[in-house]
Design a protein around this ligand. Structure first.
Ligand code: UD1
Ligand code: MG
Length: 456
C-alpha cells in the first residue's frame, strides 16, 4: 500500500529540443533531468515512484534500472492519457499521487513536501502547484473565480487574449487522491486545440463531482521551470549552478566569479577554500579546507586534502593529499594517489600510481603504473616506460631516490632507496639502494676535430 506515490511524466518526445535523445535524459549539472526529479521526489518522502515512458522508452528504462517502476505510454496522446497508464500499477491504492513532469529538473524536495502537506490539510480532491511567471508564454494559465478559488486551467493554445494575460501558471505538479484520480482521467475528452487528453482538465472534472480543488502558489518560479528547448536547458543549468555555488559561499567558500565556476550537486568543498574562475568540480569530488583551486581546473570524482593549491589541471577518479602544490598544465588519471606535500610542476601526467610524501615531480614527467616513495626527486623529462606494446608493467622508486634528467625507467624495474640515477640513463636493471646507476653511452672528446672540419 502506498501512502504517497509519485507519477512522473517522461513519455514525450521533446520536439522542441530537436534531439535524438529523449528530453528527460538531457543532462543538467552532470545528471539527466529525470534523475533530478526523482531525487526531489525521494527527498519529499514518496514511497513509490512510477515513470511514464514512451518516446525512446528503451533508453529511459535502461537509465532507470531498478530505481523506479515503469509504465509505457505507446502513443503520446497527451498528459492526461500519460497518467492513465499508471492505473494498473496503482490499482486499489487509497493514498495520494503526486504528479510531476520529467522536464522540471529544478524542483526541490522540501518544496514538494510542503505542497503535499498543504494538500492533505486542505482535504481537496485535486491540488495544483502554481507560480507567477515573469513570461507565462507556453504555460497553462490558472483560472480563478471572483473569490480566488481555482476553477480550471487553460492551455496557451486554447486561451483567449484575455486569459493569455494571466501570469499565474500551471507548474504541471499536482496532488490527487486515489482512486479519484483514475475516475477523473477516464472522463477526459480530447476536444481542444491540440487534440490531446489534457491532464489539466481533471480540475473541472473534480469540481463537477463536488470535490474541492486547491491552487497552491509557490514563490519560486525558477524551481518549477519546465525545459522544452535547449535555450531553457541552458537557463536551467545557469540557475542550478548559481544555487549550488551560492550554497558553497554561504558555507564559507570564496568563489571569485560565481558565473564562471561550475560545481555539480554531489560536490563538497571545505571552509576557506578559494575557487578561481573556470573551475569545474564534477561528480563526487571532495575538496578540503584552505585550498586554492583554479583557475582552469577540471576535477571529476577527485578527493583533495587541506591547504592544497592547484591551477590549470585536469584530474579524474583519483586522490590528492594535503599541502600539495600542483600546476600549471597537469593531468592526473584514474587510480592515482598523490601523498601530502608533493610538488607537481608543469606538464606532468600521472596514471595508476602512488606518489609518497614530499616527492617532487617538477617538470615534464610521465609516471605510469608506478609506486614512488617519499622524498623522491625526479629530474626534468624523466619517464617510466610502462608499456612494452603488449602488457603494462610496474616501476618502483623507493624513498629518497634521485633520478637525473631525461632518464627512462624501463618497467618492470626498481630504483633502490637513496640511490642515484645519472641524467640521460635508460635503466633496464634494478638499481640497488644507495648506489649510482649510469646507463648511457660514454662521452668521447676528439681534440681539434671541429677546427679541422671547418677548414675543409
Ligand atoms: C504542460 C501542461 C501546462 C503546464 C506545463 C508546465 C498539459 C496539457 N499542459 O504543458 O498546463 O503549464 O506542462 O511545464 O498538461 N508527456 C507524456 N505523454 C504525452 C505528453 C506529454 O508523457 O502524451 C510528458 C512529457 O514528456 C513532459 C510532460 O508530460 O515531461 C509535459 O509535457 P509537455 O509537452 O512538455 O507539456 P507542456 O506543453 O509543457
Ligand atoms: Mg513542458
Amino acid at each position: 500500500m502506498s501512502e504517497f506515490a509519485a507519477i512522473i511524466l517522461a513519455a514525450g518526445k521533446g520536439t522542441r529540443m530537436k534531439s535524438r535523445l529523449p528530453k528527460v535524459l538531457h543532462k543538467l549539472s552532470g545528471k539527466p533531468m529525470l534523475e533530478h526529479v526523482l531525487d526531489a521526489a525521494d527527498e519529499a518522502g514518496v514511497d513509490d515512484e512510477i515513470v511514464i515512458v514512451g518516446f525512446g522508452s528503451e533508453k529511459v528504462t535502461e537509465f532507470l534500472g531498478t530505481r523506479a517502476r515503469v509504465a509505457i505510454q505507446k502513443e503520446q496522446l497527451g498528459t492526461g492519457h500519460a497518467v492513465l497508464q499508471a492505473r494498473d500499477l496503482l490499482k486499489g491504492e487509497k493514498g495520494t499521487a503526486m504528479i510531476l513532469c520529467g522536464d522540471t529538473p529544478l524542483l526541490e524536495g522540501s518544496e514538494l513536501k510542503k505542497f503535499y502537506e498543504t494538500h492533505k490539510e486542505s482535504g481537496a480532491g485535486v491540488s495544483v502547484l502554481t507560480a507567477d511567471a515573469p513570461n507565462p508564454f507556453g504555460y497553462g494559465r490558472i483560472l480563478r473565480d471572483t473569490v480566488g478559488r481555482v476553477t480550471g486551467i487553460v492551455e496557451e493554445k486554447d486561451a483567449t487574449e484575455e486569459q493569455r494575460r494571466i501570469h499565474e501558471i500551471n507548474t504541471g505538479i499536482y496532488c490527487v487522491e486515489m482512486p479519484l484520480l483514475f475516475e477523473l482521467l477516464e472522463n477526459l475528452s480530447n476536444d481542444n486545440a491540440q487534440g490531446e487528453y489534457y491532464l489539466t482538465d481533471i480540475l473541472t472534472e473534480c469540481l463537477k463531482r463536488g470535490r474541492d480543488v486547491c491552487g497552491i502558489k509557490t514563490r519560486d518560479f525558477d524551481m518549477v521551470m519546465g525545459i522544452n528547448s535547449r535555450r531553457q536547458l541552458a537557463e536551467a543549468q545557469r540557475v542550478m549552478n548559481a544555487r549550488i555555488v551560492g550554497r558553497l559561499m554561504d558555507a564559507g567558500v570564496t568563489v571569485m566569479d560565481p558565473a564562471s565556476t561550475f560545481v555539480e550537486k554531489g560536490v563538497r568543498v571545505g571552509q576557506d577554500t578559494i575557487l578561481y574562475p573556470f573551475t569545474w568540480l564534477e561528480g563526487e569530488t571532495v575538496i578540503g579546507s584552505d585550498c586554492v583551486i583554479g583557475p582552469q581546473v577540471r576535477f571529476t570524482n577527485v578527493t583533495v586534502g587541506d591547504a592544497t593549491e592547484i591551477q590549470f589541471a585536469y584530474a579524474h577518479d583519483c586522490r590528492v593529499g594535503s599541502g600539495v602544490k600542483m600546476g600549471p598544465y597537469d593531468h592526473l588519471r584514474p587510480d592515482t594517489v598523490i601523498g601530502d606535500k608533493v610538488k607537481i610542476g608543469n606538464f606532468v601526467e600521472v596514471k595508476n600510481s602512488n606518489v609518497g610524501t614530499g616527492t617532487k615531480l617538477p617538470h615534464l614527467q610521465y609516471i605510469g603504473d608506478s609506486d614512488v616513495g617519499s622524498g623522491v626527486n625526479m629530474g626534468c623529462g624523466t619517464i617510466t616506460v610502462n608499456y612494452d606494446g603488449n602488457a603494462k608493467h610496474r616501476t618502483t622508486i623507493e624513498d629518497d631516490a634521485f633520478v637525473g634528467c631525461n632518464s627512462n625507467l624501463v618497467a618492470p624495474v626498481t630504483i633502490g632507496r637513496g640511490s642515484y640515477v645519472a641524467a640521460g640513463s635508460t635503466i633496464t636493471k634494478n638499481v640497488p639502494a644507495d648506489s649510482l646507476a649510469v646507463a648511457r653511452g660514454k662521452q668521447v672528446n676528439i681534440e681539434g676535430w671541429a677546427k679541422k672540419h671547418r677548414q675543409k
